[in-house]
Design a protein around this ligand. Sequence first.
Ligand SMILES: [Zn+2]
Ligand SMILES: [Zn+2]
Ligand SMILES: [Zn+2]
Length: 432
Amino acid sequence: MTGSIEGLERFDSPGKGRGLRVTRPFKVGELLFSSQAYSYVLSVKERGYYCEFCFTRKEGLARCGKCKKALYCNAKCQKGDWAMHKLECSAMTAFGENWYPSEISRLVARILAKKKTQKGRCVSEKILLIEEMQSHVEDVDNEKREMNEADVAGLHRYFSKHLELPGHKDLLTLFSQVACNGFTIEDDELSHIGTAVYPDVALINHSCLPSVIVTYDGTSADVRAVKDMKPGDEVLISYIDVLYPTDDRNNRLRESYYFTCECKECKSKSKDKAKLKVRKRSDPIEPEVINNMVRYAKKTIREFRALKYTKTPSELLEMCEQSLEEMGAVFDDSNVYMLHMMYQAMGVCLYMQDTVGAIRYGENIIKPYSKLYPAYSLNVSSMYLKLGRLYMGLEKHSAGISALKKAMAIMEVAHGKDHFYLTELRKEILKK
Ligand SMILES: [Zn+2]
Ligand SMILES: [Zn+2]
Ligand SMILES: [Zn+2]
């Protein structure tokens, strides 16, 4: 650990390399530790809503006088951010509309700037941890290598004026490290706000049955127990969305993190049948028909992801509805591939401000979600939040309050009772 944290220790986890375990009991909802980001960056699309330095979301933030793009709570936050913001401030003005580095390039630039300021001082353990992070450069496939090369090129194009850049090979290693160990900072509805590196949290290994959940408070990460833990238990988070069946989860883990999970759920596959539930018919559906439909579902999910930013919202919605109709002949409404497309459709409706449409999809999603996800899941709480807020917007107060309270019960464990999101939520419930 970076310094020692009471109740926790690093250890060699069998088959997984370094890991983290508890040395005293922790109860559900208890905070194991908070971690300051080593480095972080606000998403360009969230610019204007959040303070670039402390990630506070509020009205009336003040603009950087030079670029007029970055916003801050006050002069103190602006001053605090300058060492990082200066990497972008004048470049944004110089490049104008042609300034579009990837988020990972922006984060890597900040890591390099930070490393430089820390050189000469006694070597911080955090830097050691960054250097210790797994990179898996040798495992990277061609598609990812091309992406990394593009990110390196972006770093040269947008940041070389303010940074001395290391050699090509070192940069590729750094990009791979950040891709494997970076964290997406998300808000209470799971919208992506930014990306950060937390070396302490990166020590935690994966399980599809996690014992802890990571939430964000400004730019720092909180790690809380979602299961009662006893001394010696390994601290485990989920690196991926655990909604999907075992084969899908492990494909994802191998693609992004280069390992196969051997947790209890991956061995027993106990939830796979419910996740892939098939429609009940008097004449049972042939296994071949089911397999073909699974292939069709996966192809549709890939296509939708690829076309998400090029098609119009109504074209996307039609894609969702068509695939739901096709799959619905074989799959039950609670099948995860159905849920996946309903979730996408709900997103499109929200984007188009079609409240009634969004509620219709959300209502179909929430029940199976509560069954298929673990007891305390941010995917479930964020769905209750979205639904609750949509109901409240339509003046359906009793449905709204009931959904918001369900979200609150999960968030009190995941975020802690005193988190800003819960204070806000209590106000929303009282306001009606
Ligand atoms: Zn601030
Ligand atoms: Zn600026
Ligand atoms: Zn697993």
